[in-house]
Design a protein around this ligand. Structure first.
Ligand SMILES: C[S@@+](CC[C@H](N)C(=O)[O-])C[C@H]1O[C@@H](n2cnc3c(N)ncnc32)[C@H](O)[C@@H]1O
Length: 257
């Protein structure tokens, strides 16, 4: 699919191709708005952080590939890691640094960090944005020390994922329009095989937003759009496990010793 995406009206008329990284600059003001265009990334960050074990040694390092504006940071509080974020988008890295992340502007397919430096590598909502995702997986596994933990979440390369995340999702405020190129979605079996080639046995589970919380959130958003300034506080939708990995899935694996 090669159709183009319009930036939100508030940021002007710039039209960019799908998955063009400049969209993150246009949306820079959205990262930390709890009900903004990246709201779902906050819910996913909480669910991803739940897969991260507490650090087992002083100076333990967590490398957050494609860290964006550092949304994982608050959910790692108290786990005992130094949080290093790697991303291409400078406007996002500035915000990540403001949230305590040590930032590195680099491509996740060639990370300027040494082999085995990381106790944990996180790749949240990243691989479906990287045309050479196997290269990013190789880098993630290279960075992990033996016994280190890889955590990730991404979108599956299925017709259902394209329907839910693009055709439907982009018509709702849950997914910014044009942020994904569905041609880049990541086949779950290929991902498991790629991780195994690099010494990480990845286990997957499907995830989705909890329906009641999501509907309540969408209604609150719609009310706020109709009545700007109205109080719209409410429950944040939670990400819950689901049987199928056909749309959105999490992975967790340990690097072989
Ligand atoms: C959907 S956002 C996810 C951000 C963050 N992981 C989160 O969940 O909040 C994808 C991020 O990946 C970054 N990205 C995409 N391709 C990249 C690449 N090849 N190297 C580094 N960062 C990349 C983008 O700049 C963006 O910040």
């Amino acid at each position: 699919m090669r159709d183009v995406a319009a930036a939100p009206a508030s940021t002007g008329p710039r039209v960019l191709p799908r998955n063009d990284p400049r969209q993150y600059d246009d949306l820079a003001g959205e990262w930390w708005r709890p009900d903004g265009a990246f709201a779902m990334l906050h819910w996913l960050a909480e669910a991803r952080a739940a897969l991260v074990p507490p650090a087992t040694r002083p100076d333990a390092l967590l490398v957050d590939l494609g860290c964006g504006a550092g949304l994982l940071a608050p959910h790692l509080a108290g786990k005992g890691y130094r949080h290093v974020g790697v991303d291409l988008t400078r406007s996002a890295l500035v915000q990540a640094a403001e949230h305590g992340v040590t930032v590195l502007q680099a491509d996740v397919t060639a990370v300027p960090l040494p082999d085995g430096c990381a106790d944990v590598v996180s790749a949240g909502e990243l691989l479906e944005h990287v045309p050479a995702w196997p290269r990013a997986v190789a880098e993630a596994c290279r960075l992990l020390r033996p016994g280190g933990v890889l955590v990730l979440d991404t979108l599956n390369d299925t017709a259902l994922a394209r329907l839910v995340a693009v055709r439907i999702g982009e018509r709702l405020p849950t997914v910014p329009r044009g942020i994904h190129d569905p041609q880049l979605f990541v086949d779950a079996r290929s991902l498991v095989a790629e991780c195994a080639r690099h010494g990480v046995e990845l286990r997957l589970r499907g995830i989705r937003p909890q329906v009641g919380g999501l509907v309540g959130w969408l209604l609150r958003r719609a009310r706020a759009a109709r009545r700007p300034g109205a109080v719209t506080a409410g429950r944040t939708p939670r990400i819950v496990p689901t049987r199928s990995t056909a749309v959105l899935y999490q992975g967790r694996g340990v690097r072989n010793g």
